[in-house]
Design a protein around this ligand. Structure first.
Ligand SMILES: N[C@@H](CCC[C@H](N)C(=O)O)C(=O)O
Length: 276
């Protein structure tokens, strides 16, 4: 069967996007891993599926799979690409789009300049909602990693995130510590690991080792998690610019119980067809 797809990216975090509103397909995790391969397949960090909603008050269902084939709850850069995709494909004429994800509902707004503003929902901090094995909620968890004690914050943006403060992201141990924390037994569903360098109260630099992928050029939910962590620890103001290796995101959070707002670009790269 021939399937149309679109390759997109948000700050270099790249996606294969498939419209399953007008097409039919079933992709198992082995097939997704093969498509994600950058030499033998199409190559992407995440596969995004556009599906009809299961509720009348929502516009679409948004499903996300990591390059390792695992289905995940949320993807911020993907959400911006999703909004541009459904508008460009004329699957909707609305510029405010409500989508269901496995991690909660999102509201996507496409501005006239093509940038997308996403209401990412409220962060969650209870250990069992992250999930993280811990006796009590904290913003400073001590983890034993290969005999070393690593201090980190942890929270959920629909998907699990750990945030580690570093003096400079240039020499942060992303490649060595990232996979060890991603698979640490205290994170039963694994975790995305952000390394944050605070530049000022309105500006941070960030690198993220993503669960199920490895280090990516940008992580939208990772940027939200890092800023929320910085704000709740009194290090950052309400509006923060996040510089990632692939470019910049703007993140806003007004505090406990409030939604995190992420604004940034979304780009179409090419369209193709693949046999599945
Ligand atoms: N690239 C993403 C996050 C994708 C999912 C993540 N790897 C996970 O496993 O939770 C983003 O932009 O948020």
């Amino acid at each position: 069967m021939m399937l149309h797809f679109t390759k997109m990216h948000g700050l270099g975090n790249d996606f294969m996007v498939i419209d399953l509103v007008t097409q039919r397909a079933r992709l198992d995790s082995e097939r997704i891993r093969a498509l994600a391969d950058r030499r033998f397949g199409i190559g992407f960090d995440q596969l995004l599926l556009v599906e009809p909603p299961s509720r009348p008050d929502m516009d679409f269902r948004y499903r996300i799979f990591n390059a390792d084939g695992s289905e995940v709850e949320n993807c911020g850069n993907g959400a911006r690409c999703f909004a541009r995709f459904v508008l460009d494909q004329k699957l909707t004429a609305r510029r405010e789009i409500a989508v269901q994800t496995a991690g909660g509902n999102l509201l996507l707004k496409v501005a006239d300049d093509g940038r997308v503003r996403v209401d990412m929902g409220a962060p969650r901090f209870a250990p069992d909602e992250i999930p993280l094995t811990a006796d009590a909620q904290s913003h400073d968890y001590a983890l034993d990693v290969d005999g070393q004690t690593i201090h980190l914050d942890a929270l959920s943006m629909g998907n699990p995130h750990a945030v580690i403060d570093v003096a400079s992201i240039d020499d942060a141990p992303v490649a060595t510590l990232g996979p060890l924390i991603e698979a640490h037994p205290r994170f039963p569903k694994r975790v995305n690991v952000g390394f944050m360098e605070v530049i000022s109260r309105q500006s941070v630099r960030l690198r993220v080792f993503e669960r199920g992928v490895g280090e990516t050029l940008a992580c939208g939910t990772g940027a939200c998690a890092a800023v929320v962590s910085g704000i709740r620890r009194g290090l950052l103001d309400q509006h923060v610019d996040v510089a990632l290796p692939g470019g910049a995101l703007s993140i806003e959070w007004a505090g406990s119980g409030q939604s995190v707002i992420m604004t940034g670009p979304a780009e179409r790269v090419f369209d193709g067809r693949v046999v599945v």
